[in-house]
Structures are given as structure tokens and as C-alpha cells.
Design a protein around this ligand. Structure first.
Ligand code: IMP
Ligand code: MG
Length: 204
């Protein structure tokens, strides 16, 4: 997929206060809406007749999850979990609480909803926590797949867009806490993103 060049509309959009520091639009609001609708339709078809629990990691997933569940015609409930990130001796670590869920997932159909899969470490931890609860089924839906920095293999059942290794913001995604409120996905060219840097560093 190629990056969107700035046209008249996006140039105006990028001039707003909320977009300061964003270099260009990668996925427009219109393309996001269309793709989320398609994913919702596909999920409604694939899960027809079942009730699902949507598991999402805070905070990045807020926009995607809230739009996606409204595009599905299914009985759903939601479990939002906190993810703790740290760097330990140069290694990026991701941990979840011992039991991060409010309700049990045992015997239920779980759909993990992720905003973006980069190294794959976050998703791997969420999958492990869900599996410990012995769900009846487990599927994964990610809005953005950024495979260039992958450190662990993860198998995604539904993907919105495969993107190049840019640091992206908007539609829930942040850089240093900012930009989650942008209605599009944009690129911040000079963002310093530790997991990506660690993934690219030559191994000792
Ligand atoms: P992973 O554990 O490296 O796969 O990264 C997943 C998490 O890192 C996502 O849920 C985001 O919170 C964050 N992340 C990864 N890439 C980006 C990005 O390009 N922009 C903003 N957040 C990102
Ligand atoms: Mg996330």
C-alpha cells in the first residue's frame, strides 16, 4: 500500500491544531470508515449465531473497537485490559496483570481487537492471557499490521490494512500521548519509537 500524498483536503486537515507534528495522511477517514464497515460485515457473517467477547488493549484500541462493534450485527460484550511496557536490559517487555479480565472468558467466543501489531509482543501476551482462561474459540482482528518489525510470529485472522514501517498516529494511536483524536491515520516521520529501534538493532 502506498502513502497518500497531500491533496487539497488533507492539507487543510493537517493545518489544524490537533495535527501539528503530523507529516502526512496514510489512511484517510473515508478509507478507515469503509474498511471498518467491511470488517464488521465479515465478522457478522463469520460469527453469525454466536455471542462474542471483544478483548482490547487500552488505550490505542478505543476508536477502532468502538467503531467496529457498531458495524457488527452480533451480541457482543467488551473486556478492556491494561498493558504494561518496559525496557529490561535493552529488551522491550510487555506484561499484563495476572488476571486482567473482569468476567471469565471460559467457554466463550473471544475476538481480540488490536489497533496495530508491530513487534507482536503485546498481542502475544494478550493471546496467552486469553488462552489461560480456556475460551471456546479465539480469533484476532487488527486494524493495522506493520510486519517489518515483527519479533514474534502472530497469526491474524482479520486485518484492516498492512502498512509500511512508519510510526503512525491517529484513530486511537498516539505519540507521547497525543493525536488519538485524529479521524485519520497519519505519519510522524521523526518519531523515536523504542520497540522499533530495538527490533532493528543488530543482535549482539
Ligand atoms: P507491539 O507489541 O510492538 O506489536 O506493539 C503494539 C502496541 O505498540 C500497539 O498496540 C500500540 O500501542 C503501539 N504501537 C506500535 N506501533 C505503533 C505506531 O506506529 N504508532 C503508535 N503506536 C504504536
Ligand atoms: Mg494497542
Amino acid at each position: 500500500m502506498t502513502a497518500r500524498h497531500i491533496n487539497g483536503r488533507s492539507a487543510r486537515t493537517l493545518g489544524r491544531v490537533a495535527t501539528q507534528g503530523v507529516d502526512r495522511i496514510l489512511i484517510s477517514e473515508r478509507r478507515l470508515r469503509k474498511r471498518v464497515r467491511e470488517l464488521g460485515t465479515q465478522l457478522s457473517r463469520d460469527f453469525a449465531g454466536s455471542e462474542i467477547v471483544c478483548v482490547g488493549a487500552l488505550n490505542g484500541v478505543i476508536c477502532f473497537l468502538s467503531d467496529l462493534i457498531r458495524e457488527t450485527d452480533l451480541m457482543t460484550s467488551i473486556e478492556l485490559v491494561d498493558v504494561h511496557r518496559s525496557v529490561d536490559e535493552g529488551t522491550h517487555r510487555v506484561t499484563l496483570d495476572e488476571n486482567p479480565f473482569r468476567e471469565t472468558l471460559e467457554g466463550r467466543n473471544v475476538l481480540i481487537i488490536e489497533d496495530i501489531v508491530d513487534t507482536g509482543l503485546t498481542l502475544t501476551e494478550i493471546v496467552a492471557a486469553v488462552r489461560r482462561q480456556q475460551p471456546a474459540s479465539l480469533k484476532i482482528c487488527a486494524l493495522l499490521d506493520k510486519p517489518a518489525h515483527r519479533q514474534v510470529h502472530v497469526s491474524l485472522d482479520y486485518v484492516g490494512f498492512v502498512i509500511p514501517p512508519h510510526f503512525v498516529v491517529g484513530y486511537g494511536l498516539d505519540y507521547e500521548g497525543r493525536y488519538r483524536n485524529l479521524p485519520f491515520v497519519g505519519v510522524v516521520e521523526d518519531a523515536e519509537w523504542l520497540p522499533a529501534m530495538l527490533a532493528q538493532a543488530p543482535s549482539a
